[in-house]
Write a protein that binds this ligand. Structure first.
Ligand code: ZN
Length: 323
């Protein structure tokens, strides 16, 4: 199958990673003066598409200087090890908290198997290969790198995960946001434009940190946000406002059910109800049941992540009492 790509100008190409199904997860190729970088990689199943895109753009694999997963969740970084083996001159650029997981992916595989189940794991992610330590560069907050004449700046953005950075591209005044600017599937576009929602995947959701990370992104007055799920959005201030509200609402929903029996299913039901309300508010015309089904995996993951967060809050407050 041919790769599905979207060219945005400024040498930026969005590539569908074909994770689970088309339109679910993207990664990006940036080309500047015949030098190239990938931001996010998809999974091992994605790598043939990435090599095909390079070929179609007449970029030899030797010209790829950087492979940059925004964080180490496997829909973003699962293919990094396999991809690096195909790109002899590339350096892997990663958040300091993520590096050890790509150098030795054992824990990452274990964690993801717990979240997704063993059967889904192989189907979704395929093989996970370690990246040679010598080829890894950790980017602290505000680190800049040069892709030919182009400057990329790394901003530490905890909230979705503590191993997450966003990458600012001065040339297009845009951020590669990974999961920090939420999810915006094209299937949910409506009369207001793009639809946004948070992704509170296990195990490091932190609503306060997330709000601060959004503050930092917005300080740049970005004109483009390149989301992994899925593609570019441009109405930054409206979407940021909605995402901020949603993050707070998600945390409230979790806390509301924290002490109830059947906590997980109650959180899931409330998240689903909230989603329906949000869709109604923008006169969403598609079938709501079909849309709920489309978002089933995300709703389940968000619920699981909120539960992990509640457990963490509990543990922290118990520790305080014991002090
Ligand atoms: Zn993630």
């Amino acid at each position: 199958m041919d790769p599905v790509i979207y060219d945005y100008g400024w040498g930026i190409t969005c590539i569908d990673t074909m994770y689970v199904q088309p339109g679910r997860a993207a990664c990006y190729l940036i080309v500047q003066d015949n030098r190239a970088a990938f931001i996010d990689t998809g999974t091992a199943h994605t790598v043939p598409y990435l090599l095909e895109v390079l070929k179609s753009k007449r970029i030899p694999p030797e010209a790829v200087e950087f492979v940059i997963p925004t964080h180490v969740h496997l829909d973003h970084a699962g293919g990094a090890g396999v991809l690096m083996e195909k790109l002899p001159n590339a350096t892997l650029v990663i958040h300091p908290n993520g590096a050890r997981h790509l150098i030795d992916p054992t824990k990452l595989v274990m964690g993801a198997t717990e979240v997704y189940g063993a059967e889904n794991f192989m189907r979704h992610f395929g093989e996970i290969r370690a990246v040679n330590k010598q080829r890894v560069f950790t980017a602290e907050d505000q680190t800049t790198i040069k892709l030919a004449s182009r400057t990329l700046t790394f901003i530490d953005t905890p909230g979705h995960a503590r191993h997450h950075f966003c990458v600012y591209d001065e040339t297009s005044k845009g951020f590669f946001t990974g999961d920090t600017f939420g999810l915006s599937y094209k299937e949910l576009d409506n009369k207001n434009g793009a639809f946004i929602m948070p992704t509170t995947t296990p195990v490091q959701f932190d609503p306060d940190a997330w709000q601060s990370s959004l503050d930092r992104l917005l300080e740049f007055c970005p004109q483009n946000m390149y989301l992994t799920h899925f593609g570019r959005v441009t109405e930054i201030s409206r979407l940021a406002k909605e995402l901020r509200q949603d993050i707070n609402r998600y945390a409230e929903i979790a806390k509301l059910h924290a002490r109830e029996d059947g906590r997980g299913s109650k959180i899931l039901a409330s998240l689903t109800e909230y989603l329906h309300q949000r869709l109604k508010d923008c006169d969403f015309t598609q079938d709501i049941d079909v849309t709920t089904e489309f978002l089933r995996d995300d709703l389940n993951l968000n619920t699981a992540g909120l539960e992990v967060w509640l457990d963490r809050l509990d543990k922290q407050s118990r520790q305080k009492v014991n002090e």
